[in-house]
Design a protein around this ligand. Structure first.
Ligand code: AMP
Ligand code: MG
Ligand code: ZN
Length: 408
């Protein structure tokens, strides 16, 4: 047995710049950032590096870079200063003290969306306007996230829940507040878009951001899977409905793509997400509310929860999505991660668990040692299903109940 060392997950180091500011120059920072941005075309990209070299402002750098790379300044007559203003304002709307839903997560989702749209199978299929709309949707999709979920806002009778009648409260809020930013003349970089293009773009952004509410997950996914896997009739060029579903699944896959990243990047996301979940659980306990499943620090089981999330939410969506866009690396990476989690859950290797300050502790050497080993096929296990059946965000399909006209 190689000796094992208990250390904190690497993400905790990433929050602080690793090169001290006295040893960094403006030009070396710029060069490093440009290099990291140029790597964003790879699935193995590490968004935390951009977070670090951008002074925790990765979103505006990646968004500007992608828009420039696609020549959109020219194609859509975008005034560069106005775009910068918009991106700075949007990034400022993401709260740095929210562990997971901050602008680094929005950057991660933006990179995933652009990565999928660059796939060979997608070439010639998607218009420039749709690509621009997809970038905007990804960039704003969690704008001003408060670090608690829809169920919490509804249960605590938050003013946002009143404003949006308990329906996709956060998602309505994200897109609405982002558009308020856009409507300020100094931020309105869409000023030169023809009216019809503006209408199409806004409609797509709204549709995509609202699709990120997991309450509508199963209805959106079954509409997609029925056509991709069932009748084999999915065709974005023949059916406007399929086209709209495609963009909704595109952002949904990007939004929950963390289990398909490298083990190192994935566990960094887990740590942030769990910190945010536990903060909410603590707040619920303090207010005398039932503590949400997966948010209770006294009973949390990270590997089992992650396996459940992968089996129920990610795998069924990734597998059909990848047939459409051609990104099998996503599924391969997810399976590798799942294999490690299974061994942790079954106590074959030390699990991810909570340490001091709510940080995730893991035995890094042993997990890295097995990272490239077996990748068994994904089969939902009864215990993982049990875990996820308890995920409250999935338990209450707001979109479905809304369409039936009931409130509960
Ligand atoms: P969003 O809030 O827009 O980022 O929507 C995605 C939701 O998926 C998050 O709020 C989480 O509830 C959930 N999610 C994403 N990644 C994970 C993960 N690794 N484990 C459990 N839940 C996740
Ligand atoms: Mg969201
Ligand atoms: Zn998100």
């Amino acid at each position: 047995m190689p000796e094992e060392e208990e250390i904190e997950a690497p993400v905790t180091h990433r929050l602080e710049p690793q090169i001290s500011s006295t040893h960094r120059t403006v030009s070396s920072d710029h060069a490093l950032r440009e290099h990291i941005l140029s790597q964003s075309k790879l699935w193995e990209w590490d968004v935390f590096k951009l977070e670090e070299v951008s002074g925790r402002k990765p979103l505006m750098h990646l968004a500007y870079y992608l828009i420039q790379r696609k020549n959109f300044f020219q194609i859509f007559q975008i005034p560069s200063g106005t775009l910068k203003n918009f991106l700075i304002a949007i990034e400022a709307g993401y709260q740095m003290d929210v562990p997971y839903h901050n602008s680094t997560h929005a950057t991660d989702v933006l990179q995933a969306v652009s990565y999928f749209l660059e796939k060979e199978k997608m070439q010639g299929q998607i218009t420039d306007l749709e690509i621009l709309a997809s970038y905007i949707a990804a960039a704003v999709h969690d704008h001003k996230h408060p670090g608690v979920n829809n169920q919490f806002l509804v249960a605590t009778r938050n003013e946002r829940a009143m404003l949006y009648n308990d329906r996709s409260v956060l998602e309505n809020y994200h897109v609405s507040t982002a558009w308020q930013v856009m409507m300020q003349p100094e931020n309105n970089f869409l000023v030169n878009l023809p009216e019809e293009d503006y209408r199409l773009l806004r409609n797509q952004v709204i549709s995509m951001v609202l699709a990120t509410d997991l309450a509508g997950h199963f209805s959106t996914l079954s509409a997609f899977n029925n056509k991709v896997l069932g009748t084999n009739t999915f065709d974005i060029n023949q059916s406007p409905e399929d086209r709209a579903i495609f963009f909704r699944i595109l952002i949904k896959c990007a939004d929950v793509s963390n289990p398909a990243r490298s083990w190192l990047v994935y566990t960094s996301w887990i740590e942030r997400l769990i910190q945010e979940f536990l903060n909410q659980g603590d707040e619920e306990r303090k207010r005398g509310l039932p503590v949400s499943p997966l948010m209770d620090r006294s009973s949390i089981n990270i590997p089992a929860g992650q396996i459940g999330f992968i089996d129920v939410v990610c795998a069924p969506m990734y597998e059909s999505f990848t047939m459409v866009v051609g990104a099998p690396e996503m599924v391969t990476s997810m399976k590798k991660n799942r294999a490690i989690l299974m061994r942790m859950r079954d106590n074959e290797i030390p699990p991810l668990r909570l340490g001091e300050n709510g940080r995730v502790i893991q035995r890094v050497r042993s997990t890295i040692r097995i990272a490239g080993s077996t990748t068994p096929p994904v089969q939902p296990t009864s215990s993982s299903l049990l875990q996820v059946s308890a995920i409250s965000v999935l338990a209450r399909p707001a979109e479905d109940s809304a369409s039936k006209g009931s409130t509960e």
